[in-house]
Design a protein around this ligand. Structure first.
Ligand code: HEC
Length: 110
């Protein structure tokens, strides 16, 4: 009786440990397009058209769908661009993960 209880709790510990490890790797390595969409709506939609159903935007800022359709579009490059300050765009101080998520979302608009 005691012995089997011990075994069960060890199993649970193992499962818990793997779940944590998995979560960690998703958060740091894989971009999350759904989060990118939320971020784009919040931070970019005042100037850019960030979604197909969006009507209002600044006519100087290119729509995100047109960025995705450009030949040679590269999500990594875009994430890098978003992190570096440039003229006509406010500095948004996004984290690397945020920028990657936004780039991942833009890539889905192709
Ligand atoms: C205050 C308005 C404004 C906001 C907010 C804004 N942008 Fe821009 N963005 C611009 C303008 C204007 C340009 C065009 C700059 C130019 O052509 O010199 C631009 C250009 C870009 C480009 C480059 C397009 C190209 O031609 O290569 C990217 C990528 C971009 N924005 C991404 C973003 C993202 C991602 C966000 C949100 C995190 C964002 N922008 C928020 C105004 C804005």
């Amino acid at each position: 009786m005691l012995k089997s209880l011990h075994r069960t709790s060890r199993k649970m510990l193992l499962v818990g440990c793997c779940a944590v490890a998995n979560f960690g790797s998703t958060a740091s390595f894989a971009a999350d397009g759904a989060n990118g969409k939320t971020l784009a709506n919040r931070w970019c939609s005042s100037c850019h058209v960030v979604a197909r159903d969006q009507k209002l935007a600044n006519d100087q800022a290119p729509p995100f769908a047109s960025l995705a359709k450009r030949p040679g579009f590269d999500a990594n490059q875009l994430a890098f661009f978003v992190l570096s300050p440039h003229p006509n765009m406010p500095s948004l101080s996004l984290s690397r993960a945020d920028a990657a998520d936004i780039a991942d979302y833009i890539a889905t608009l192709k």
